[in-house]
Design a protein around this ligand. Structure first.
Ligand SMILES: [Zn+2]
Ligand SMILES: [Zn+2]
Length: 327
């Protein structure tokens, strides 16, 4: 197999030939067809997340077909198309796993961070964390749903049922969640980097009610806001934009420090929460809805060997929607 390997944080990924691996107990091997690029990959690259596997193959929005099945795997077939998400393994016995909160598992493995991921021609996965994808939809357009879509879905659930929803950061997750929220009958307010009129125009083509800079206030108070951008300064900004009793959800795995802010903007029962990872139930719920919602994922495709370019373009905000690598 071939892979783009991160040998040490801060260095570019390296195109590497590796021996083919056989799946172990409870594992499957997947021939990768497409793998989305997520902001979390940048955090792995930059060494901003603790205790990564090293070297590691990044990538946790994997679409592929099963090409080898290990002992003890039930319910998956050779050639079946599956998706592999960020949550790659849980212990099943810790208090969080037992309480149906496996997203908070005490001994998890994360794809492309603490176990090898999908910036490769093949990947070994825990079979219990492989979602059957069926044959509807292209490999490339499904890939970003495996993290941007799933984490987006979980953050949308945690934001509550409010009608007026603000999205801070309108990239891969934002543009998917905007479509889900609209389908649910909500009004979406899209906040981009100040002056990024291109992304604001893109947001309007998806039917948002309002689009503007993150330094602007929405035309009416929001019921809830979700922050996808990794900028801590957005927290007080979003708190100011939500109504009494409103909720602000931080959906990123990493964020710059949140500046101090006057208590008054949290007062009146506003809530500030974070969302972490996903559960398999989130995956089943969301992927089941995808065909009904008719989500159109905007993608920019790069050959696998150009993963470094895709990552730098993501960092610089050079494309709308999501980047996807194809081997
Ligand atoms: Zn656990
Ligand atoms: Zn991700």
């Amino acid at each position: 197999m071939k892979a783009m390997v991160l040998n040490r944080p801060g260095s570019p990924l390296k195109w590497t030939e590796l021996p083919d691996r056989q799946p172990g107990d409870g594992e499957v091997r997947i021939k990768v067809l497409a793998c989305g690029v997520c902001r979390t990959d940048l955090h792995v690259l930059d060494g901003e997340l603790p205790d990564p596997k090293s070297p590691v193959i990044p990538g946790h929005e994997i679409v592929g077909r099963i090409d080898a099945i290990g002992p003890g795997v039930a319910g998956l077939a050779m050639g079946e198309r599956v998706g592999i998400p960020w949550l790659g393994h849980t212990c099943g016995v810790c208090p969080y796993c037992e309480a149906n909160r496996e997203n908070l598992c005490d001994a998890p493995l994360f794809t492309g961070y603490t176990r090898d991921g999908g910036f490769a021609t093949a990947v070994i996965a825990d079979a219990r964390f492989a979602f059957p994808l069926g044959e509807t939809g292209s490999d490339v357009s499904l890939a970003p749903l495996l993290c941007a879509g799933l984490i987006g879905w979980r953050s949308l659930k945690i934001a509550g049922d409010g009608k007026r929803l603000g999205l801070y950061g309108f990239g891969a997750a934002g543009h998917i969640v905007a479509q889900v929220a609209k389908w649910q009958g909500r009004e979406v307010f899209a906040f981009t980097r100040p002056g990024d009129t291109g992304t604001q125009i893109f947001a309007r083509t998806l039917g948002v009610t309002w689009a503007g800079g993150s330094d602007e206030m929405p035309p009416e108070p929001l019921d809830a806001a979700i922050i996808y951008a990794t900028v801590g300064d957005l927290v007080p900004q979003a708190l100011k934009a939500v109504r009494k009793g409103g909720r602000v959800v931080c959906a990123g795995i990493h964020m710059s420090d949140i500046p101090s802010f006057p208590y008054q903007i949290l007062w009146e029962e506003r809530q500030l929460l974070s969302v972490a990872n996903l559960t398999r139930q989130d995956g089943i719920d969301f992927l089941g809805l995808v065909p009904k919602i008719g989500i159109v994922v905007k993608t920019t495709v790069y050959p696998l060997e150009q993963a470094n370019k895709a990552l730098e373009d993501l960092r610089a905000g050079r494309f709308d929607g999501a980047a996807v690598l194809v081997p």
